[in-house]
Design a protein around this ligand. Sequence first.
Ligand SMILES: Cc1cc2nc3c(=O)[nH]c(=O)nc-3n(C[C@H](O)[C@H](O)[C@H](O)COP(=O)(O)OP(=O)(O)OC[C@H]3O[C@@H](n4cnc5c(N)ncnc54)[C@H](O)[C@@H]3O)c2cc1C
Ligand SMILES: *[C@@H]1O[C@H](CO)[C@@H](O)[C@H](O)[C@H]1NC(C)=O
Ligand SMILES: *[C@@H]1O[C@H](CO)[C@@H](O)[C@H](O)[C@H]1NC(C)=O
Ligand SMILES: *[C@@H]1O[C@H](CO)[C@@H](O)[C@H](O)[C@H]1NC(C)=O
Ligand SMILES: *[C@@H]1O[C@H](CO)[C@@H](O)[C@H](O)[C@H]1NC(C)=O
Length: 512
Amino acid sequence: MLGVILPVILGLPAALAQYEAIDTCCQALQGAGLQNVLFSGDAAYKNRTESYWSVSAQLTPHCIVQPTSTDDVVKVVNILVGDGACSSTKFAVRSGGHTTWAGSNNIEDGITVDLGLMTEVTFDKNTTVASIGPGSRWNGVYAVLDPLGYTVPGGRAGTVGVAGFLTGGGNSFYAARKGFACDNVVNFELVTADGKVVNANANENADLFQALKGGSGGNFGIVTRFDMQAFLAGNLWGGTATYNKSVTAQQIDAYVKWTDNVENYQAGSSIIFWSYLPVMSDIVILAAYEDTEGEEAPAGFDEFLAIDRIADTLRLDSHKALTDELEQAAGYRDIWFTMTFTNDKEIFTKIVDLNTAFVEEWKLLSADGDFITQCMFQSIPTIFSKHSVERGGNVLGLDKVDKNAIMLLFDIAVKTPEEEALARPLLRSYGRKMQEFAAKKGGLVDWQFLNYADSYQNPLGSYGAENVEKIRAAAAKFDPQGIFQTKAPGGFKISKVENGSKETSAPIEKEL
Ligand SMILES: Cc1cc2nc3c(=O)[nH]c(=O)nc-3n(C[C@H](O)[C@H](O)[C@H](O)COP(=O)(O)OP(=O)(O)OC[C@H]3O[C@@H](n4cnc5c(N)ncnc54)[C@H](O)[C@@H]3O)c2cc1C
Ligand SMILES: *[C@@H]1O[C@H](CO)[C@@H](O)[C@H](O)[C@H]1NC(C)=O
Ligand SMILES: *[C@@H]1O[C@H](CO)[C@@H](O)[C@H](O)[C@H]1NC(C)=O
Ligand SMILES: *[C@@H]1O[C@H](CO)[C@@H](O)[C@H](O)[C@H]1NC(C)=O
Ligand SMILES: *[C@@H]1O[C@H](CO)[C@@H](O)[C@H](O)[C@H]1NC(C)=O
């Protein structure tokens, strides 16, 4: 009720009209027989809102609609896109809800289409293809496939959603063997703006198929099923190791060597990060090591295992168990930044030093001391994109990068909106210093990982002109009216990418 009264008191007839229009649209969805239309007073609405991983993304749509089948999604799209009750209402699309920033997967003054009830996972023994509902989370996928002795390349934290992950590329433990996770999708089922169900695979709508592999699903329609090629997999060897920050130089040295060796050791995966943890009141080094063929402590890890560590959980275990272990604390406001640089010790070291300076500066600014930071490194060797190309290719544009590289995820998690407002420009300014240093050394790789990028970054533009053109063409062909560009404004939109623009530094002035 308050929502109705407020605009009247404030004398805002336009706001009231908009409020009524959205309410009418929500009612039209209910009127069409959709069972799960949730409003702000409902416990289920609260539950779904709280299930966004980052509090920054927990917006308050007028209602949330949860389709349970592809037919339901068709119904929802027809109502939202038609010129009836919803002609002036905007909407958002959400699957796992793990994108950190406000407005990617949710909307104020609009309707959120939440695929969270579409979590079916089935497995075809003949083809070993796993068919996965868009609202699935990776732990649900592995829970079905692990007992069958199969797996697919997916999230390394179990609660991450399938849909955003796969249409943003998806980096997994298996990238050195199988390319990006999206390269293992053999078919996407999609509902387009005109309410048609379309399949995209190597033989059918091949242009859309390729564009969906990295081009972010929200540019084309609503993906209602992912068919992925599974493969035989037993237990992996792996887990986490914790190190004192005093071994920073040794870790960097080992990681640079590791990155150049991935091509020779494709079963391995290694992520290392410098993390400030409130329980330690200090930065520690954490590493996630895995051997996807289940070889224990294989020689590829010798350099890392020779460094003194505080503790580790290294063991043989299932894909699911290893991703449950890498879960990250929810309930914070998360600010992320990503960049990519050539496999260079000097740049790596500078980034770690800048991260230390950032943490020291933030310790003085933080009101409550309750914050977590990560300065996380992941190898992006050229072998990843060679596998992508072998599997038909995607639009990530990494095949144009001819040197082994390292991707950075630099982030902070804070508790309050006030802290978010302070931390955001500070993190960006440090991110910019990192980019500038890498550029000065000739080692800034012009590629940004969409799954880690903040709202102001330009991952689609970083894929290169040819790929931008492919994404643009597929979006125009399957959504000629640009409904998913304007009426569903969330996420990285191809219409916002300028032709020929390559944003390589963070435009902090714009934000400040
Ligand atoms: C703890 C944590 C761990 C992570 N680990 C990894 C990792 O190991 N590797 C990696 O690559 N990434 C990782 N990520 C990043 C992750 O891939 C992205 O956040 C991704 O967007 C999550 O997918 P989602 O379904 O939860 O996305 P959402 O946030 O729900 O959606 C992302 C975008 O896709 C759109 N979208 C969602 N569903 C659909 C659909 N069905 N059809 C069309 N468009 C849709 C949304 O509108 C939105 O713009 C991690 C993130 C977190 C928070
Ligand atoms: C939402 O509800 C489900 C059960 O319906 C429950 O398992 C889950 O923990 C709830 N999540 C939140 C954030 O309350
Ligand atoms: C799988 O293969 C068997 C034997 O060839 C066949 O009988 C069955 O119909 C197939 N199942 C599917 C789902 O294609
Ligand atoms: C790291 O080592 C230093 C001594 O070199 C010690 O004071 C500190 O407590 C150690 N930190 C952790 C997290 O073990
Ligand atoms: C970019 O170029 C394409 C043609 O290649 C054109 O259709 C499109 O409108 C241009 N977009 C912008 C934003 O300039």
